[in-house]
Design a protein around this ligand. Structure first.
Ligand SMILES: Nc1nc2c(ncn2[C@@H]2O[C@H](COP(=O)(O)OP(=O)(O)OP(=O)(O)O)[C@@H](O)[C@H]2O)c(=O)[nH]1
Ligand SMILES: [Mg+2]
Length: 454
């Protein structure tokens, strides 16, 4: 990062003003060469904070310019930053940029200013993503979500959990030297209490992330089937939820939503909806529940038809489903129903209760959605913000899962090194979220989606 980058950072097209932005150690030198009058009294390399008017020399002629000088580290990138505000005419801005490049700047790649801000510790990754999401927000919900990211809301919430987790981890690791049952300075019970609190906070954060997903952002996948087929059990298994299930038909009354991670999809997953069992005959409240379910079914991108394998599927058992909506057939309860008759439908056999066959189901659904162009392919700019949120959610989910593992190990009084291992992994997932340990190629992917000059 010891070179100096430059790019036009205003949107293309005619405007009153356009901005060429420069960041790096040679910013003041470039300023001296293009607008010499300001720096006359300054030492070489010195840059004084402020805004100045003058004339920009682009090698051919001069243009009126407003220069904003922001010496590092109190600048967006923490480097010396100079912005040239010029008349907003594209050829003129291009000419100014070319001149800066000929004077020794390098053309910035998309997102490079924000990447520098991140690498120099000015912002964490979720805030960097907030910048991107804000630039690309296409409606008010997205804009609000982006601002929440940008203001570091997620980072702050996660930082608390992270610190607590790091402390817990070192307590466990310190206790490793003690013999069976004894954890040294703290008891198992105390570790449990602390872990409980952290896990709860993490789950709240996760819930918050789920709720602020822009509606309609992800492909909508709806679970349908007869009452008691095991939809809610499957919903819980796929979406990590805790919806009510029971052996009585008619347990689910309302629509329930969760996010189902499908890494194969560019969007990172889909929105999964659990519905009341579809029943041809129903009245009263049950009738109202049916109507809601039907509405959701009508607007679904894909239906997962859940069938209790012991009963099989009989035509006419379900009200008509929209013929054009793609669907995946699930043969549930295979642990007690056995495998499906292979010839009748392209079944995916699962046991929602024992959580088997779920990967195959995810793969089938992902493939199906992709083949309809849903959540697949190079993401459109509007999809990008969603992808970022999906990344946050996955990191939170992984972390929550590891904490459950740790909790389980504590409850069973397993050796502390096992507990510590889970905690470490939970911690690493959170570090990924903040970008502390994020791999270079993920950073490339994230920042390459920014537009030039940001
Ligand atoms: N053995 C076994 N039992 C299952 C499986 N899936 C669901 N069950 C059981 O089947 C019963 C019904 O499951 P639910 O998930 O509540 O079914 P549902 O389709 O949501 O039912 P409604 O909400 O009433 O429409 C529960 O007792 C579950 O534990 C499975 O794969 N194997
Ligand atoms: Mg249910």
């Amino acid at each position: 990062m010891n070179d100096t980058i430059a790019a036009i950072s205003s949107p293309s097209g005619a405007a009153h003003r356009g901005v060429v932005r420069v960041s790096g150690p040679r910013a003041s030198e470039l300023l001296r060469r293009t607008v010499p009058e300001f720096l006359r009294g300054c030492k070489p390399g010195e840059l004084l904070r402020g805004a100045y008017r003058g004339r920009f020399r682009d090698g051919r002629g001069t243009q009126p310019v407003l220069v904003l000088c922001m010496p590092g580290p109190r600048s967006y990138t923490r480097e010396d930053v100079v912005e040239f505000h010029l008349p907003g005419c594209e050829p003129l801005l291009q000419c100014a940029l070319r001149h800066l490049l000929s004077c020794g700047a390098r053309a910035a790649v998309p997102g490079e200013f924000t990447r520098r801000a991140f690498l120099n510790g000015r912002i964490d990754l979720s805030r960097a993503e907030g910048v991107l999401a804000l630039v690309e927000a296409s409606d008010d919900a997205e804009r609000r979500a982006a601002i929440a990211l940008l203001s570091g809301g997620l980072g702050t919430r996660v930082a608390g959990v992270r610190d607590g987790l790091a402390e817990l981890c070192s307590l466990c690791e310190a206790g490793l030297d003690f013999e069976g049952g004894d954890t040294g300075s703290v008891s198992y019970a105390e570790l449990e209490t602390r872990l409980d609190a952290l896990r709860e906070e993490l789950c709240r954060t996760l819930q918050f992330e789920v709720r602020r997903q822009p509606p309609g952002a992800l492909a909508r996948v709806v679970l349908v089937g007869e009452p008691n087929a095991g939809k809610s059990t499957l919903f819980n298994a796929l979406g990590g939820e805790n919806a009510l299930t029971s052996r009585h038909a008619g347990t689910t009354r309302d629509l329930l939503f969760a996010l189902w991670s499908l890494p194969a999809l560019a969007g990172g997953g889909c929105r999964l909806c659990d519905t009341p069992g579809l029943d041809v005959e129903s009245e009263g409240v049950a009738r109202l529940a049916q109507e809601r379910a039907q509405k959701e079914v009508a607007s679904a991108d894909l239906l997962i038809v859940v069938v209790d394998g012991r009963l099989g599927f009989a035509d006419g058992a379900l009200p008509d489903l929209p013929a054009e909506t793609p669907r995946v057939w699930v043969w549930n309860q295979r642990d007690r129903a056995g495998e499906p008759p292979s010839e009748d439908r392209p079944w995916v056999a699962v046991s929602a209760l024992e959580r088997t066959g779920l990967d195959a189901l995810g793969e089938r659904v992902g493939r199906e959605l992709a083949s309809w162009g849903l959540g697949e392919g190079p993401p459109s700019s509007a999809d990008v913000g969603r992808l970022l949120f999906a990344r946050h959610r996955r990191a939170l989910e992984v972390s929550a899962l590891e904490l459950s593992g740790a909790q389980d190990a504590l409850t069973r009084r397993l050796p502390l090194d096992l507990v510590a291992q889970n905690l470490r992994q939970g911690l690493e997932a959170l570090d990924d979220l903040e970008g502390r340990t994020t791999a270079e190629d993920l950073l490339d992917r994230i920042f390459s989606r920014f537009c030039l000059g940001k």
